[in-house]
Design a protein around this ligand. Structure first.
Ligand code: ADP
Ligand code: MG
Length: 227
């Protein structure tokens, strides 16, 4: 376990409590996508509008007449004209960085086709990886091991993108190590890899286009260099 102190120790203890389920946290954020050029050409109008940082409004007149609610609240909502950097900083940065404190975390996008999942997650992944590298470089008193795995979930089948074996991976629920993917491959990542490329050029199965589709479980193990 790494040697930590002061403010970091307090944050660490807070995160330990979260890890013990005392304050389990799931956050739901909504990001609206701006209308595409095609949608503008067809004179379409946006059905959804952010009316404050936590509420979106459904403006479709049919829905209003149906008596169903038109306003929905979430932990945070982002307007169509906000940058991915803002979504990352305000919505997901803390979650991404909790891994360097020993807490497992996941950020995923859910939505219909063309709603902006890939667009958003590409930016989030880039910023998260850069921040994790930055954190590691600023904490030389601790030793980190970074591992990279890449999986694709398509039609409810999970595939290991770092393996030449095309067989689907099994999802196992082990009481000791919790939910995990059986035999998922992982690469040890160089901590001084300035391009954050994970040495992926050496892996045959990940052409760039596939990277747009993957979930990136970044695993940070912490060990101490000095007591
Ligand atoms: P999904 O992965 O959900 O199917 P995409 O991420 O591919 O959707 O987005 C569909 C299209 O909309 C793409 O052309 C993408 O560049 C564009 N797009 C998505 N979100 C935004 C955004 N916030 N700002 C500008 N363009 C966006
Ligand atoms: Mg996509």
């Amino acid at each position: 376990m790494g040697a930590i102190g002061g403010e970091e120790l307090i944050n660490w203890e807070k995160m330990q409590e979260m890890g013990n389920g005392k304050e389990e946290k799931i956050m739901v954020l909504v990001r609206l996508r701006p209308l595409s050029e095609n949608e503008i050409t067809r004179n379409e109008v946006a059905d959804w509008e952010c009316i404050n940082p936590t509420t979106i409004l459904y403006r479709n007149s049919l829905q209003e007449q149906s008596g169903l609610p038109t306003a929905y609240s979430f932990d945070r909502v982002f307007r169509g004209d906000c940058a991915t950097r803002e979504v990352y900083e305000e919505g997901t940065k803390d979650i991404a960085l909790s891994v360097v404190g020993g807490i497992n975390s996941t950020i995923f996008a859910y939505g219909q086709t063309s709603s902006g999942k890939t667009y958003t997650m590409n930016g989030i992944t880039e910023y998260a990886v850069a921040d994790i590298y930055d954190y590691i470089q600023r904490h030389e008193e601790r030793a980190f091991v970074l591992k990279f795995s890449a999986v694709e979930i398509y039609n409810e089948v999970v595939r290991d993108l770092l393996s030449t074996d095309n067989a689907p991976l099994r999802l196992l629920d082990d009481p000791e190590i919790n939910l995990h993917l059986e035999s998922l491959s992982s690469l040890d990542v160089a901590l001084n890899d300035e391009n954050h490329s994970f040495g992926l050029g050496r892996t045959p199965l990940i052409p760039k286009v596939l990277l747009l589709l993957v979930i990136v479980p970044l695993n940070c193990d912490i060990a101490s260099l000095k007591p």
